[in-house]
Design a protein around this ligand. Structure first.
Ligand SMILES: CC(C)(COP(=O)(O)OP(=O)(O)OC[C@H]1O[C@@H](n2cnc3c(N)ncnc32)[C@H](O)[C@@H]1OP(=O)(O)O)[C@@H](O)C(=O)NCCC(=O)NCCS
Length: 180
């Protein structure tokens, strides 16, 4: 079975980073031009990533953005999951489940309060099967690249996963930066 590991962004070898961007371009063809340059979706760069490497090729990836957001005006340290993808020929074997578990395990060891991600409706069942929960309805504010406060992009739903905090605090969510 191929191993899943987490790697700090600061220690990510350039060839692995390039391999991640190549597989993201395959998995998100519409955004291939973006991934040919960067993985910092909406300017939000990962602190670490969970990857599965087969030989010299990355076959699965989930980035983790570490961010202090606020909920109801109170700070909350989150592990923001982004760019979740498994190459087509490796899907359906539990790699995504293992990556998310590994990423949340690393986030827990870093003392983070919870996982937080944004996905389209069609991906909700996938994350729900991996133990993530829909965030009860409430405003989520991000700060776009022009410094303007905006709601989440249309169609994006927030989901969360408990870590140090077992329940998500009450109140509106402010991402204190752009979404991921
Ligand atoms: C979505 C994706 C990452 C899933 O990877 P994967 O390795 O095949 O997923 P897993 O095998 O780990 O599946 C984990 C669980 O989710 C379920 N699942 C997987 N894909 C699903 C989907 N599209 N819808 C509903 N459930 C799904 C699996 O049945 C499994 O549940 P089970 O173990 O209880 O049966 C992969 O299909 C992919 O890269 N797609 C293109 C990019 C993408 O959509 N990324 C997500 C963006 S938010």
């Amino acid at each position: 079975m191929v191993a899943v590991q987490t790697i700090d962004e600061s220690g990510l070898p350039p060839d692995i980073e390039a391999s991640i961007r190549r597989m993201l371009a395959v998995c998100f063809p519409k955004d291939a031009p973006f991934f040919s340059q960067s993985r910092a979706w909406h300017g939000s760069a990962p602190s670490f990533s969970a990857v599965a490497v087969d030989g010299d090729r990355v076959i699965a990836h989930a980035g983790v953005v570490q961010r202090r957001i606020t909920v109801g005006g109170v700070p909350l340290d989150v592990a923001g999951i982004q760019n979740v993808a498994v190459l087509p020929e490796h899907r359906g074997k539990g790699l995504c489940r293992r990556m998310l578990a590994r990423a949340m395990d690393a986030a827990f060891r870093r003392g983070l309060d919870c996982g937080l991600l944004f996905c389209e409706t069609q991906s909700v069942p996938l994350y729900a099967r991996c133990g993530w929960r829909k965030l009860p309805d409430r405003p989520v504010v991000r700060v776009d690249s022009d410094g303007l406060e905006k709601p989440l992009p249309q169609g994006n739903l927030p989901m969360w996963c408990p870590l140090a905090k077992q329940s998500f605090p009450a109140g509106p969510v402010h991402l204190r930066g752009n979404d991921w």
